[in-house]
Ligand binder design. Structure first.
Ligand SMILES: [Zn+2]
Ligand SMILES: [Zn+2]
Length: 253
């Protein structure tokens, strides 16, 4: 490129030009990344699995809509690459969530931040595994609970908070822990997560202990015999401190 060549938009010289335009100006004039105004995510209310491309995946995931859910909807400029999108929920209802995203995008050696807005329709549908799971085989349960009281007057808030906690832990799970999660059930006092592998459940409980400094309360119950051996189901109860479950009993305010 001869040094006297200049960008036809900003007039600056000494910049790499494509079709006469520098990268900065091209980035300004291009939609580097977009998302449709409305998208739909299908998830299984039992196990949290998502349906995409004709199949189910991510059983055990939380119902929080994440970058993983929205990545397939992003429309990218052919020269742009998304480094990361941070999504925050701005409002809505459980079945219609409004999210704002901040994308970091790479384009011709530049990095740009692009704001994205989307409304996600969340559709609940029982996945094939949960539908098929007539025997409902499991070997361990991880119970996600509030701090102390067995019941809370605000079970929805409690479950929502515990769902967020679970989502955070899920990010750190090994692949075999994730695939050991069979399904998840709502309880008035939190969540029960069913595992097909006790070692994976124990690893998850230990991870929670490390991250939150909480004790693991473990109990086992005999549920049968296999090959002449007693078989136990193990329950790990994890109590995560939070505000929602500290409402003292008493009259409504
Ligand atoms: Zn320019
Ligand atoms: Zn399912």
């Amino acid at each position: 490129m001869p040094p006297h060549e200049f960008c036809v938009v900003c007039g600056r010289t000494g910049r790499t030009l494509t079709d006469g335009v520098c990268a900065e100006c091209a980035a300004e004039r291009t939609s580097l990344v977009r998302i449709p105004e409305h998208v739909q995510v299908v998830l299984c209310p039992q196990c949290g699995a998502r349906r995409g491309g004709g199949r189910w995946s991510r059983a055990g995931a939380s119902s929080v809509i994440t970058a993983e859910d929205l990545a397939p909807f992003l429309v990218l400029d052919p020269e742009a690459a998304v480094r990361e999108v941070r999504w925050t929920e701005r409002g809505g209802t459980p079945s219609r969530r409004e999210l704002r995203g901040m994308a970091r995008v790479r384009f011709r050696g530049l990095e740009r931040a692009v704001a994205l807005d989307v409304v996600v329709r969340v559709v609940g549908q029982t996945c094939t595994d949960c539908g098929r799971r007539s025997g409902r085989y499991y070997t361990a349960i991880v119970q996600l609970r509030g701090e102390a009281s067995p019941r809370t007057r605000r079970p929805k808030e409690l479950r929502r908070r515990l769902d967020g906690v679970w989502q955070g832990l899920w990010e750190e799970f090994r692949g075999d822990w994730r695939s050991a999660v069979a399904w998840r059930e709502e309880r008035p006092e939190g969540w029960d997560v069913y595992f097909t592998d006790t070692l994976a459940a124990r690893s998850v409980a230990r991870l929670a202990r490390q991250r939150f400094g909480i004790p693991i309360v473990e109990s086992a119950s005999l549920f049968g015999r296999r090959n002449g051996q007693d078989v136990y189901r193990v329950t790990f109860c994890l109590r995560f401190p939070g505000r929602d479950d500290r409402t003292p009993p008493g009259p409504e305010r």
